[in-house]
Structures are given as C-alpha cells and as structure tokens.
Design a protein around this ligand. Sequence first.
Ligand SMILES: Cc1cc2nc3c(=O)[nH]c(=O)nc-3n(C[C@H](O)[C@H](O)[C@H](O)COP(=O)(O)O)c2cc1C
Length: 210
Amino acid sequence: MKKVTLLLVLAMTGLCLKAQNIKLPEPQREGGESILKTIAIRQSDRSFKDGDISLNDLSTILWAGFGYSHGEKRTAPTAMNRQDITLYVFMEKGIYLYNAKENTLELIKKGDYRKDTDRPNGFAGKVTNIAIVSDLEKFDVEKDHHRAFTFAAMSAAYVSENMYLAADGMKKNLGTVTRYAAHQEKEVAEILDLGKYQRILLFQTIGYKK
Ligand SMILES: Cc1cc2nc3c(=O)[nH]c(=O)nc-3n(C[C@H](O)[C@H](O)[C@H](O)COP(=O)(O)O)c2cc1C
C-alpha cells in the first residue's frame, strides 16, 4: 500500500512539473545583421537592465546555441557528432532544461537561482543565464579523460559563440558575455543534480543592454 502511495505521489509530482513546462515561440531563423557584420560587432557586455529576456528572444538564442538546424544536424558542431551539450536556463521563475527537439523548456527547479551562477555581487544575478553543460560520457571519458574534456570544452565554445552571434546580430538590444563556470560549478551541479561526468563549462549571461 505504501509503495502504491509513493508511486502516486511521484506520478503527481511529475505531472505537476510537466504542467509548468514552457512551449517556446518559434526561433527567428532569418533577418538581423548579416553574419559578417555581426562578427565585426561581436563583443562581451556586462551591463544589463534587470530582468530576463523575452521568450521570443530566448528561443532564438537557444536555437542558435544548440538547436536543430536541418534534419538531425545541430547549429553547433561537436566532435564525432556526439552532440554532448545540454543547456540549462536560469530565469527568475526557475531553472529549465532546453528540449531542442520539442522547442520547450522543461522545469527542473522552481525559484530564482540566477545569482548562484555568479560570485557574490556579480553582474549576472538579475538577468538570464544559460549553463552550457557537456556530458563527457559521450566521449569515452573512462578511457581518456583529457581527450573527453578537450572535446567538451570545444563543444561549449562553439555553442557560446553561436549565442554571441545571435545576441549581437538580432538587433534586439541584447548583450551577452560568456563566463568560466569553474568557480560556481560544484554548487550549481548540485542544484541541477548533474551526473558525475556532466561538466558545466560556461555560463552565458544574456540581458538587454543598459
Ligand atoms: C573561456 C572564456 C571564459 C571567460 N570567462 C569570463 C568570466 O568569467 N567573466 C567575464 O566577465 N568574462 C569572461 N569571458 C569573456 C572575456 O573576458 C572576453 O571575451 C574578452 O575580454 C574579450 O572581449 P570581447 O568578448 O568583448 O571581445 C570569458 C571568455 C572566454 C572565451
């Protein structure tokens, strides 16, 4: 009987979380500045208006970062096409996992954890942050950790650069900066309940420029 009650509670919790998932608007796949002009104006920004970016803009940023481009192809390359990257979005309402296939945000945890991605009094606590996470198990990590970590870091860098280009090229007054995640990695990995070989490489901070 106890087992049945427990299963029911777990099922209800799952349903509740599912009900709080977010369907993202379609990403913007055209327009904005030309790719060459965008490369010319790309820069890091660290001064933002308080508040998360809109779901429209977020959808485009996530798609540019690691969405599906055509068929099973992703918008960023990965070594041996292992597609090792997962994106977690930290917003005021909660932390969400980007489901690129469904174009949805899946609620992982309710609450504002944005400041946990930065040092105390850092600039990232009141805007959207995206944790770029690699699953090193996709690269036979037990056999060669150095190789797996190198590939993971490279995947993360491509994803980050795509998000820079989307943010700077969309003409939406978006600013962004990539941040080395190591200082906050342990704490944030616990919040996200990551596995042993899931590593947070970078945080992409995105907001509207002041
Ligand atoms: C791997 C990596 C880690 C970075 N970490 C941080 C960081 O922790 N905090 C930060 O404010 N900027 C960080 N940056 C952004 C750099 O400081 C920035 O790219 C550099 O100063 C050049 O400026 P630009 O991006 O405007 O060309 C990082 C950049 C890279 C590539």
